[in-house]
Design a protein around this ligand. Sequence first.
Ligand SMILES: Nc1ncnc2c1ncn2[C@@H]1O[C@H](COP(=O)(O)OP(=O)(O)OP(=O)(O)O)[C@@H](O)[C@H]1O
Length: 517
Amino acid sequence: MHVDDTVVDEALSLMADLSLTMEVTEVSKMSAQAGTILSGLGFSQQMIDGRFTELSGGWKSRCSLAGSLLVQSDVLLLDEPSNFLDLDATLWLERYLQTQTRTVVITSHDQMFLENVVEETILIRNCGLRYFDGTPRAYEINQRKEAKRTGKQREAMAKKKEQIEASIQKGKETAKKTGDENRLRMVKSRQKKLDDRWGIEQSAKGGRFKLNRDLAGYHLTSRAEIAQDEVERRVKMTLPQPSKLRTSGDLIHFQDVAFRYPKTKNNVVEGVSFTVGQTGRCSFIGANGEGKSTIAKLVLGELQPTCGTITRHPTLKIGYFSQTSVEELSALPEERDAPTTALMHFMAYFANKGETVEERDARSFLGGLGLPGKLSSHTPVKALSGGQKVRLAFALIMWDPPHLLLLDEITTHVDAPTIEALALSLRRYSGTIILVTHDRWFNRVVIEGIPPREAFDHDDLDESASESSSDDEENVRKGETYRVGGGKVRLTPGGMTQYIGIVERRMAKREMAAKAG
Ligand SMILES: Nc1ncnc2c1ncn2[C@@H]1O[C@H](COP(=O)(O)OP(=O)(O)OP(=O)(O)O)[C@@H](O)[C@H]1O
């Protein structure tokens, strides 16, 4: 077939034009998308236009997260995406991921984030994968319900077995005494039945258990043992309580405080006034870089106000967990032959202060804070997980329980069981607590006094089998939440929920402005 060269040329040129137009459209579309993602993750226009190399470590991590979100892929893999994000950016990311039609696979310790984003859970346990159709929280609740159900079944069956065995024994004795062969045969057959067929009577659905239907695999007996599924062990923390201050008066009072770092132009915060009483508690929440840690350092006395006054109770003892407490533990000097364990570090820490701590007391104290047995005496500090290092850093603060616990982002990089244990124990701490946090659930439970199972964004799961419901509500105190932003510190009576509302309205406004622009 003859094809006219001019037609071919025209077609080629048309194709080239089209692909060029498409590329330009794609590129401009991508750059608009990149702008949306970056600003959603908290980048200002100045940062978006600035050099990547001039960004701090945290912002570089945010930028690579933005890059991963931007790439059009079938599967999006995210490893601890909320670790470097403040609450504002986390909320944006949650909403972004909810709109994704591609498969998203996430590893995260942030229970609330997972609760709001995922639909299915894959658990890694005993070197295997286990699949669950629901969120990790739903899985946990399900497991506890199941454990409760099988526990009851086990108890009932053990009782029944005991009764049958007793009656068999009695039957045997009577048959032997009377020489009744028939009776002896009957008793033996009962014993055989007991040996062969003992096991589950009720299926998970409540009906009669059938081995070939309710349990997979090959079995030697016609019934199955009631399997007690392994429920993830809760970390338990028992906090010592501080002594009462001998004199009355507030612990901390800020009056019109302003602070500016040396050689900088603007105040980080100004007009800050608040009071924390002897049994009070409060938190400071807000986006990164707004001045929360600065306020913590002003409370501690590490920084002095540029203007205004800060008054502290004269005999106040403060226990301070800073954002670098865990890094300091990771940076302990290496000792090849005898690596430092939590127990060794704990004892050496107080020995350096001239205080002798008996090994027995140290072991039991560390055990009470979630570092039991060999975990404290044999595992090198460097090999402890992030959550375990937090437990050690916290133990150093709690040995001599302070009147005021000042905790700056204690939940970052921490596993969910440690966060839960911390929250439950802090809830009942009789001393004062000042918290800096991005963690919604933690703030609600520790500061706002909301019961743990009601502190999620959505409370639509039936947690009647959850142990945390046994929390003693009478001793729980409620405190104030302050939001820090734009140089101001504002009381936020509605706590985290009010703050989330403010952030959401801000996001909506930004999106509308971006659309209009
Ligand atoms: N030593 C310093 N010198 C100058 N500026 C500082 C210094 N330390 C902090 N800043 C600046 O002060 C502001 C407030 O910092 P701060 O650490 O208090 O914020 P933050 O709200 O705690 O942030 P994050 O949530 O990231 O911990 C930031 O802009 C920070 O860059």
